[in-house]
Design a protein around this ligand. Structure first.
Ligand SMILES: [Zn+2]
Length: 499
């Protein structure tokens, strides 16, 4: 009997091992071998590059930064003149774009451009997105140069928006202007959406643009927005630079906790107090995370980077369904990778009490959640209610404009994904490209009903230190990186046209 049992165990283990090795052997590279393009050489010899002038490109970005197109959370601070002057600047700097493309404005300040393609085109249009608004500057003293100086110091262009997202906006317009110079007409309609309130949820900009296009019956094969970049060192076991194309973004909800409990004199406190109860609730939330999971976009991510990793990681990731618990626990060690696989909870506001010797009867906290694919706003609410389980604390969803369910997951095997992939390799050379989930929200979510696929990628190489400049101090972009962005959009449009 024992012999039979041992035999059974041996056969089972061998079968499992063979299955795992087979999985690993079919875990093949999804990278494409392609030669990079030397744009500097082309620009010297190709007459279609008449308008190719890196100094002019850089000056245009510098000027774009000088306009204080700031999205404040307090709408009374909004400065129309800054946005309208910015529009005038764009029209001045890109005469071919603004005379050849159809332009419409939304809520006065957001701009939609339509480049009509060849009329016999069988393709659905595509949409390129970038926003003109920037976040406010919180601590001007911590900046080396004035945040709206647009200073060019030889290597960098400085200022708020240098990365997020005026570099992308100006690079798109420069590439269009170059293509128009050369007499190029795309083989399908290309739209460019330039939102003015992305940093405030896009409700008066891209939300309205998408509704209007939907009424017209426009349906995109692809939307490309900001979101992810080319990074180095974020995943320690991947040595080459890694370009992540966001195929999904997380959802967003803020939950408000209000504790109403007895007030009174602080000389005779009860065993429990309003602030004490609320604090306990927050600690409970932090200690009881919602379960993490290898979601569809995360599995796709690993199916692209896994084959480029060491034997051990390849073995583990090619059998992710078997090793999911250990993969998840490894990912949960780091806040960035942990946020990829889980719904995160961040206490962002706490308030209560007015006087040092009075027990307040009310205290309030806000917990900001970023929701992974598979969870939902409703699941978050149910989870919080269950964890807190206290009749003195009411729990409700804050009705802010950023509230969003997790996005749909776009297809990483579509022709358009492959075009972005190919363009990245042509422009950045030997880098790994992978689909993935992005942790922030973008305006592209407004287009989910009218787009087959939404991708989120900004063609810029950044280190993890650079990432802190976004919405932080000393935002700047190297001139080389910015020129490369123009090459990227130029080549992307050409590649789309050729497909
Ligand atoms: Zn942005």
């Amino acid at each position: 009997m024992i012999k039979k049992f041992l035999l059974f165990i041996t056969i089972s283990l061998s079968t499992l091992l063979i299955w795992m090795i087979w999985n690993m052997s079919s875990f093949s590279s999804k990278q494409i071998n392609i030669d990079s393009i030397d744009f500097l050489n082309i620009s010297r010899v190709d007459s279609t590059f008449i308008g190719y002038d890196p100094i002019k490109f850089t000056e245009n970005l510098s000027e774009a930064i000088k306009y204080k197109t700031i999205s404040y959370s307090d709408s009374s601070l909004f400065e129309p003149i800054q946005f309208l002057s910015f529009h005038k600047f764009l029209e001045r700097a890109y005469p071919l774009v603004f005379s050849n493309l159809e332009k419409s404005n939304f809520s006065n300040y957001s701009i939609l451009l339509k480049w009509n393609g060849n009329s016999e085109s069988l393709h659905n249009p595509i949409l390129l997105m970038a926003h003109m608004d920037v976040v406010p500057v919180e601590n001007q003293d911590s900046w080396t140069n004035f945040p709206f100086s647009g200073k060019i110091d030889g290597d960098y262009v400085w200022g708020r928006g240098a990365i997020d997202d005026k570099s992308s906006l100006i690079a798109i317009l420069e590439s269009l202007e170059l293509l128009l110079y050369s007499g190029f007409t795309p083989n399908r309609d290309i739209y460019i959406a330039i939102g003015h309130d992305e940093e405030n949820s896009g409700r008066n900009g891209n939300k309205l643009i998408s509704e209007s296009l939907r009424n017209e019956g426009v349906y995109f094969d692809m939307v490309l927005d900001e979101g992810s970049v080319l990074t180095e060192g974020i995943i320690s076991s991947v040595e080459k630079p890694l370009a992540v194309i966001g195929i999904a973004e997380k959802g967003y909800v803020s939950i408000e906790l209000t504790c109403n409990y007895g007030s009174g004199h602080s000389s005779m406190p009860d065993k429990e107090t309003t602030i004490g109860k609320l604090s306990k609730a927050i600690v409970k939330i932090e200690r009881n995370r919602m379960p993490s999971k290898l979601t569809a976009p995360v599995k796709k991510f690993f199916s692209y980077i896994g084959p480029e990793m060491s034997f051990q990681n390849r073995f583990l990731l090619s059998n992710s369904s078997f090793f999911s618990a250990s993969i998840l626990s490894k990912l949960n060690e780091d806040p960035i990778t942990s946020a990829m696989v889980g719904t995160t909870a961040a206490p962002t506001i706490i308030e209560g009490g007015l006087k040092s010797n009075v027990l307040p009867s009310m205290a309030r906290a806000v917990i900001n959640y970023r929701i992974r694919q598979g969870d939902s706003i409703n699941k978050v609410l149910k989870h919080v209610e269950m964890i807190i389980n206290d009749n003195d604390i009411s729990v409700k969803v804050l009705n802010d404009d950023l509230r969003a369910e997790p996005s749909k997951v776009s297809n990483p095997e579509s022709p358009e994904f492959n075009i972005i992939h190919k363009t990245i390799n042509e422009i950045f050379g030997d880098v790994i490209v992978a689909p993935g989930v992005i942790l922030a929200t973008t305006d592209s979510r407004h287009y989910q009903k009218i787009a087959k696929n939404i991708y989120r990628f900004m063609p810029i190489q950044m280190t993890s230190d650079d990432l802190s400049m976004v919405h932080g101090s000393n935002e700047k972009i190297s001139i080389d990186s910015f020129i490369t962005m123009i090459h990227f959009y130029y080549q992307l449009i050409k590649n789309i046209h050729a497909s």
